[in-house]
Design a protein around this ligand. Sequence first.
Ligand SMILES: [Zn+2]
Length: 328
Amino acid sequence: MSSAPYPWLDASWQRLLSTRSRPAQALLLAGPRGVGKGALALAWAQALLCEEPLADGGACGQCPACHWFDTGGHPDFRLVSLQEKTSKEGETRMATAIEVNQAREVVDFVQLSTYRAGFRVVLVNPADSLNLAAANALLKVLEEPPLNTVFVLVSDQPRRLLPTIRSRCTRLDIGLPLVDQAVHWLAGQGVDDAMNLLALSGGTPLDAQRWADSSDLDERRSVLEGLARPDQLDPVTLGECLKTVSPQAWHNVTYKWLGDLLAVKLHGSVQFNRDFSEVLVQLGKKADLAKLLALARTQANEGRTLAHPLNRSLQLEAWLIQYRHLFD
Ligand SMILES: [Zn+2]
């Protein structure tokens, strides 16, 4: 028996395996981030390429095809994803879109005959990052896929896919796991405080695990300890002190903090930062709703420009002044 990459994916995994002899030629794995769609897609690709599959259709992990797959060199497999780009100034960053040249390579790839006798698999992740030209190039082969070719598209935001692409795909929705199941799994991974981290991650276990593994938790604590006491907050000192927090972590933490203040204001409960529930409930009651909405909106917009902080401590200071005014 093969097992799903994560226990909460078991039903989806069994469903996929039951189609192994006649798999969907274009499969769309859709669902929230952090639930393991990418891992499921890879396991499925390997199962299709394996040359000595187990009785249930899962990959054996031992045959030459599995070996090539594990080492990233299976000749009948392509992963299409966001690539790193280097600017003229020598800065390396992640591309924001899957571009047309990548899609054209796939089109060429699927026209060739397969190296081995079995399937050929193209995995596109995140499929919603295909730019328009790339999506259109890919659409042509999705409409008439060559024999034994399987496309697997993975997306957190399937609505952003071209409707024509979506309609070509057999869709498999992956939902959030049950809280008990996720907490149990996290505890098994050695994550302390699984319940709080799961809440902080909006119920997605892989994000919760990432929190636990990173230094972000310490950063989060230092940010939130400042925000928890607005009456004692000195924007200049705190702004200077928090300037080493990465813009992404800062955004993530403060965005959820404001979200919790709004949640308290609107329906009296905390969604993300359960370990700060008491303080959030008090602050939420005091906060001015109009100012809170305005700050949350600015914060949402700031998410788009994270990569370009100008004067970081000044920026933080301005934010903290605005934050303090919520409680005037
Ligand atoms: Zn195998």
